[in-house]
Design a protein around this ligand. Structure first.
Ligand SMILES: CC(C)(COP(=O)(O)OP(=O)(O)OC[C@H]1O[C@@H](n2cnc3c(N)ncnc32)[C@H](O)[C@@H]1OP(=O)(O)O)[C@@H](O)C(=O)NCCC(=O)NCCS
Length: 177
């Protein structure tokens, strides 16, 4: 995966030395749960997920340029039904919430998907009560599609999820506004 840069972040592949940083935010209750996974109970659990990220090669580590720490992740996930659309998902360390980091990262990834990866559509969802994620999705220019049921196998729980799409045409018409 190609490393991407924003003003404050490097978006790059996860590497083995990210284990401690990843665990530091993944172990905090109420962070992963907002994205459909339970907070990690051990370093070994984080290691398993980190190994999967490194193997799958579809999840970016968000590295803060200022201190070279990994403060979150952003995935560009394959959708089962086609090759010209992707679904994005993201998590940020609670320490860094409310400073515009994820909006900055999502905007960069959206540009990458449409301009480099030749995608036609991007999808993104948030659980109904997740107002911060809703706000990011709106700020980036996604259009609301539907509210649907989402089952998290990891949490063995059903959620109501608001689901959105952003087309390349809509991206092109708004990117310079
Ligand atoms: C959702 C998450 C990624 C947001 O990251 P962030 O870097 O804090 O987000 P940003 O600062 O870029 O933007 C958040 C926006 O939501 C707004 N917001 C935050 N909390 C809010 C709330 N309770 N109600 C309404 N708006 C809220 C912020 O004011 C900001 O909007 P603004 O720029 O117009 O002021 C982060 O909270 C997180 O990782 N949460 C846990 C995992 C998660 O929810 N992942 C997404 C799954 S869909």
């Amino acid at each position: 995966m190609k490393t991407l840069e924003t003003k404050r972040l490097l978006l790059r592949a996860f590497k083995p030395s990210d284990l401690e940083d990843f665990h530091a935010y993944a172990k905090i209750p109420g962070v992963g749960e907002k994205a459909g996974w339970l907070h990690h109970k051990s370093l070994a659990e984080t290691q398993t997920v980190l190994d999967a990220f490194m193997k799958q090669n579809e999840v970016y580590a968000l590295e803060l340029k200022e201190n070279n720490r990994v403060i979150g992740s952003l995935g560009i996930h394959q959708r089962s039904d086609d090759t010209v659309s992707k679904e994005i998902g993201y998590v940020l360390s609670k320490t860094y919430w409310g400073q515009g980091f994820m909006t900055e990262a999502v905007k960069r990834v959206v540009a990458h998907c449409f301009e480099d990866l030749e995608q036609e559509k991007l999808y993104c969802g948030h659980f109904v009560e997740n107002k911060a994620s809703k706000r990011i999705i709106e700020k980036v220019g996604f259009t609301f599609l539907t509210t649907r049921k989402y089952y998290s196998k990891n949490m063995d729980q059903h959620f109501d999820e608001c689901y959105y799409v952003l087309s390349k045409a809509d991206y092109n018409s708004t990117k310079n506004v």
